[in-house]
Design a protein around this ligand. Structure first.
Ligand SMILES: [Zn+2]
Length: 282
């Protein structure tokens, strides 16, 4: 099983990505949650253009990706789980939970550290919230995420299969929980007891700074509940809330690819939702 997964890792990841992306696109067409602020053609061509750049960059710099790092850690006996004797299933479950917590912590950090927020605000400057928002990150943030993942894998020594599964689940969940989709309230309520739903994560994309500093989770909803950053609903309602950053309302800056790539290098004192700005508003 593990050798099959390693041999077909890239094809499996691409297959899951395409399948989940297609399903979300269809769901957004059939049952959209909000009317879009900018046209789908503009948003998609630019957001997906960024995805192409990021994919090429990652493939060029880290062809073996996170799974390659897990294989390396396994071969060299690096990390906790490569040095303790636990049943395979327990190793996989533990690794996936720890990796999810690491991603949650990283997300809190990119909001709290001004230099990192410069990169992460590219994701938040999206004027709408849909499946492509979940894939829209600045190339430098993508590289940073991969390096952090490498470090966590080196320390944790997770099973290779767990890393492969985690990458597929994280990618799929990022597309799901950024979906501009309508979910029956009862189903949303049941799901979010365990995982992050689109309604839960949409709160995090509010222009209100207090709402932006909540619901940092991507997969499990437990971390925000545990650390007091959980917020059930946006105060303006899902249909009426404003998505994005107050400082970036121009499509030229917030939607078009050249503008997106330049966001980290623009003046940082603009009121765009950093932690520092919170104190100004209080
Ligand atoms: Zn964020």
């Amino acid at each position: 099983m593990e050798t099959f997964v390693q041999a077909h890792e890239a094809a499996l990841r691409l297959g899951f990505f395409a399948g989940i992306f297609g399903a979300m696109v269809l769901w957004e067409l059939l049952a959209p949650r909000r009317a879009l602020y900018t046209s789908k053609a503009v948003r998609w061509s630019n957001n997906l253009g960024l995805v192409v750049i990021n994919t090429l960059l990652l493939r060029a710099l880290f062809p073996a990706a996170a799974v390659g790092m897990a294989v390396f850690a396994d071969l060299h006996g690096w990390g906790l789980l490569n040095n303790v004797d636990v049943p395979a299933w327990l190793g996989i479950v533990t690794a996936m939970i720890v990796l999810d917590f690491a991603i949650w912590l990283q997300h809190v950090a990119v909001h709290a550290v001004p230099l990192l927020w410069r990169l992460h605000r590219v994701h938040h400057a999206d004027l709408d919230f849909d499946v492509t928002t979940g894939l829209r990150f600045h190339p430098l943030e993508i590289l940073l995420s991969m390096l952090i993942k490498f470090a966590v894998i080196a320390l944790l020594g997770p099973p290779v299969l767990a890393v492969m599964l985690f990458e597929v689940v994280l990618n799929g969940m990022a597309m799901f929980n950024h979906g501009n989709v309508r979910l029956p309230a009862a189903l949303d309520g049941a799901l979010r007891k365990l995982v992050v739903t689109p309604d839960m994560h949409r709160v995090h994309h509010s222009t209100h700074i207090d709402e932006m500093n909540s619901n940092f989770g991507f997969n499990l909803s437990v971390w925000d509940r545990l650390f007091g950053t959980y917020r059930a609903q946006p105060r303006d309602g899902h249909e009426r809330m404003t998505i994005g950053l107050t400082a970036y309302r121009e499509p030229r800056e917030a939607s078009w690819l050249p503008g997106l790539l330049l966001i980290p290098f623009r003046h940082s004192s603009r009121q765009d939702g950093t932690q520092q700005d919170t104190s100004v508003h209080r």
